[in-house]
Design a protein around this ligand. Structure first.
Ligand code: SF4
Length: 408
């Protein structure tokens, strides 16, 4: 059976963090209930037209999935299980925010089959959490981390952030060391990005420009300090037994996030929910972003009402693509776009891309498309070809934007 990953977007948050530009917002109980019903409808719709697929991973992201009523979350997971064939042992991740999880909910998640938890900590310093506009303290994080362990979770990711306003290297290292002491199976460490439209953009945009120009900054750490934080993250986590497998992701052996590796290796994935995107048979889809339209649209999905024979016929005709009235955009990738995606997503990973997979996917050896680019980057010490794989060197990863641009 052809593999499929499923992403479920829960767009609700208790309050917006000051740096966040994700599709998320607060919502009352009624909106959450209607959204859950709409999601289940969308899931059933795809389940009915994607019978030939086997689901290898499920990811509940957001937003704050742990803020949704835990019974709703379990109902959504049950709908996926009823509608799709799920591979035994599939990775099922849920993002959780400290301050939003009760013990009852944690137990329910585990009993329902969620086997990986991704907890958004960001910092162990309460003053930094406050500055970020997070709703929790470090103590609250510790409570849900311990609770998760006690409930049986053996695969936990902790999210950290570096390059925060007023952050010194020592302060960042304090956070990093405290996280390492807790021994999570996985750590994601991201550098702060100042996104347009956020309160942080209003506060720090000039500093951000100065930082990128290598000038003296007022609030944000200097460019040199953010680089040092990144390099120290790599060395401290390596020392603690974590393997870096992507620019911002580190895991104990064999515990990389399979779902995200799927994205970077261009496995097919189906995104359900508000604004969710999908990649199916080299067609990229994006769902609409208005919650009102989404809920109305999901409730009116036509295919569900079709008689069985028509459904089968529709499946046959649409085997190469998925359709619903919830899509805002549908883009069929040209071969050139597929090749470029293969390279820039694959080269984010430390293992890089496989020469055999390139040949399998595109029918030509990688050198026939990128021979001269690869030679150039090899000469500059930025790229290596070893054991059938093409990957960036440490120096190449530091200059990733430059390297990627060569493949476009
Ligand atoms: S909890 Fe996450 S998704 Fe929600 S506002 Fe904060 S950063 Fe954004």
């Amino acid at each position: 059976m052809k593999e499929l990953e499923i992403y479920v977007h829960i767009p609700f948050c208790v309050k917006k963090c000051d740096y966040c530009d994700f599709l998320s917002f607060p919502a009352n109980e009624k909106t959450q209930r209607e959204y859950k019903n709409a999601l289940i409808q969308e899931i059933r719709h795809y389940g009915s037209i994607m019978k030939e697929r086997e689901v290898t991973s499920i990811f509940f992201g957001g937003g704050t999935p742990s803020w949704l009523d835990c019974d709703y979350l379990v109902q959504i997971l049950e709908a996926i299980k009823e509608s799709f064939t799920i591979r035994k042992g599939a990775e099922i991740t849920m993002e959780a925010n400290p301050g939003t999880v009760t013990e009852r909910a944690m137990k329910k998640y585990f009993q329902a089959g969620i086997n990986r938890l991704s907890i958004g900590l960001q910092s162990t310093n309460d003053d930094e959490l406050k500055l970020l506009g997070r709703i929790h303290t470090y103590d609250q994080f510790l409570k849900i981390y311990t609770m998760a362990r006690e409930c049986g979770f053996t695969n936990i990711n902790v999210d950290l952030m570096s390059g925060l306003p007023y952050q010194t290297i020592d302060k960042f290292l304090k956070s990093l060391n405290e996280v390492i002491r807790l021994k999570p199976e996985h750590v994601s460490s991201y550098s702060l990005i100042i996104e347009k439209g956020t309160p942080f953009y209003e506060r720090y945009r000039f500093d951000d420009v100065k930082q990128h120009a290598g000038m003296e900054t007022e609030y944000l750490p200097s460019e040199d300090d953010t680089y040092r934080m990144y390099k120290l993250t790599q060395s401290y986590l390596k020392e603690a037994g974590y393997m870096q497998y992507e620019t911002s992701n580190f895991a104990k052996k064999g515990l990389e996030c399979k779902h995200n590796v799927g994205y970077w290796t261009r496995k097919d994935y189906l995104g359900v929910g508000l604004g969710a995107s999908s990649l199916i048979n080299n067609i990229r889809y994006s769902n609409i972003t208005s919650i009102y339209d989404y809920v109305m649209g999901a409730m009116n999905i036509q295919l569900l009402e079709m008689p069985e024979e028509e459904k089968l016929e529709a499946q046959k005709q649409k085997l190469q693509s998925i359709y619903s009235n919830l899509h805002e955009s549908v883009h069929s990738l040209s071969v050139k776009e597929q090749i470029e995606e293969f390279m820039f997503l694959g080269l984010r990973m430390n293992a890089g891309v496989s020469r055999d997979e390139f040949q399998e996917n595109f029918g030509v050896p990688i050198e026939s498309t990128y021979g001269s680019v690869m030679d150039k980057l090899k000469k500059e010490g930025l790229l290596k070809v070893q054991a059938g794989r093409v990957f960036l060197t440490d120096k190449g990863s530091d200059l990733a934007n430059y390297c990627m641009a060569q493949f476009m």
